[in-house]
Design a protein around this ligand. Structure first.
Ligand code: UDP
Length: 385
């Protein structure tokens, strides 16, 4: 019997981190030959996150959203044809996620969507990710929902129950592999630390103001070290650097290698972020996370108690940071896996088994049960545009 050629695709740092364990899990399935299709800038530091394997495609500069889709679509289709793909996996909600999924669909190659069913139900936040993930769900043939809530969202949209697997988050698998491997960035004074990442597109217009809040929090808490690995996007750098670079207890760093990032978060008293992945990672590590957004598609951690949606109002953010810092960190250990709403470290293995099942190579894996969640995490009904 010929090997099934399963193409694992991604284009950004979080996708690379979350797809690496899926790629490795597929390598262990007899009958499957995993391949990589990557849409990256040649010099992109994301290359450092890639598992060894085939790199089939690159984007070589930084185009606009529409140019990106325009360019990925035919390139991805060509590579999928050349790779003679049997099946394609995409992850998350970026433009490249949707563009590759659509290319695969047009090439009549079935697509599985990893991290399916996350919804904020607000088409403008996160932008354009909410719409990217809805569109990806339209063309996907299997949906790998990280949580039961994500499954409910997909069912509400009319997806068939057989097409959905509740797997847990592959980011939890990645974190469990990387935890304990990395060291804190050089030259940091001893803690306590606050980890900060703020870079999302919706926050660009207020980034300088948010940096001003970090500055005031740092002034009010001279014994705390605020560590901010700054995203490479020049819009982010130009907003943040002038406000924070001269503050003694704020460390603006280059993006950290993943295992050092985990070490930093694990050593932190608080995480302040607008990232999606850090919400799952903070919850897994048991570190309180303040989400600097108005909506989150990951409400499970709010119910579990680690996440707090603080919005983007400066005074509100400063006040909640001050309260959190004076209270100190409640938990001094990771969330037990049985209590983690985002996964148990086995998501990638479930996805690999589900793909094998889809390709006639094995039996259908059982869904991940996850901890009991109350009714506050009910799915909502429709996208607001
Ligand atoms: N990350 C990292 N180094 C950094 C900042 C973030 O390795 O300096 C990791 C982080 O641990 C998480 C992912 O990158 O796994 C989050 O990426 P990002 O915030 O860009 O995207 P999002 O999570 O919002 O999709």
């Amino acid at each position: 019997m010929s090997q099934k050629r399963v193409v694992v695709s991604f284009g950004t740092r979080p996708e690379a981190i979350k797809m690496a364990p899926v790629y490795r899990a597929l390598e262990r399935v007899a009958g499957i030959d995993p391949l990589l299709l990557v849409t990256l800038d040649e010099g992109d530091p994301v290359r450092g996150y890639l598992p060894s394997g085939t790199v089939a495609g690159v984007i070589d500069d930084r185009p606009s959203c529409t140019e990106l889709v325009e360019r990925i679509l035919p390139e991805a289709a060509r590579h999928l044809r050349e790779m003679r793909a049997t099946y394609v996996l995409v992850q998350g909600d970026t433009l490249s996620t949707f563009a590759i999924a659509w290319a695969a669909f047009l090439e009549r190659v079935p697509v599985g969507h990893v991290e399916a069913g996350l919804r904020s139900y607000d088409a403008r936040e996160p932008f354009p990710e909410e719409v990217n993930r809805c569109l990806t769900a339209v063309v996907a043939d299997l949906h790998f929902a990280p949580t039961r809530l994500a499954r409910e969202n997909l069912l509400q949209e009319g997806k068939s129950p057989e097409s959905i697997f509740v797997t847990g988050q592959t980011g939890v698998d990645a974190l469990l592999c990387a935890a304990g491997q990395g060291t804190l960035p050089d030259n940091l004074p001893p803690g306590p630390y606050v980890t900060i990442t703020l870079h999302r597109r919706e926050n660009w217009p207020r980034l300088a103001e948010l940096a001003g809040v970090i500055r005031r929090a740092a002034d009010q808490n001279p014994g705390v070290t605020f560590v901010y690995p700054v995203h490479l996007n020049p819009i982010v750098r130009e907003a943040v650097w002038p406000v924070l670079s001269d503050v003694e207890n704020v460390f603006l760093l280059e993006p950290l290698e993943y295992s050092s990032m985990i070490a930093l978060m694990e050593a932190s008293q608080l995480i302040v972020t607008d990232s999606g992945g850090l919400q799952e990672e903070g919850t897994t590590l048991g570190v309180p996370v303040m989400i600097v957004r108005n909506v989150t598609e990951r409400p499970e951690g709010i119910e579990q108690g680690t996440l707090r949606l603080v919005g983007t109002d400066s005074d509100e953010l400063l006040e909640t940071m001050s309260i959190a810092l004076s209270a100190g960190r409640e938990s001094d250990g990771r969330t037990p896996l049985s209590m983690n709403p985002y996964g148990d470290g086995q998501a990638s293995a479930r996805i690999a088994r589900a793909v094998a099942w889809r390709l006639g190579l094995g039996s259908r894996p059982a869904d991940w049960e996850g901890p009991e969640m109350a009714e506050t995490t009910e799915p909502r009904s429709r996208l607001h545009v």
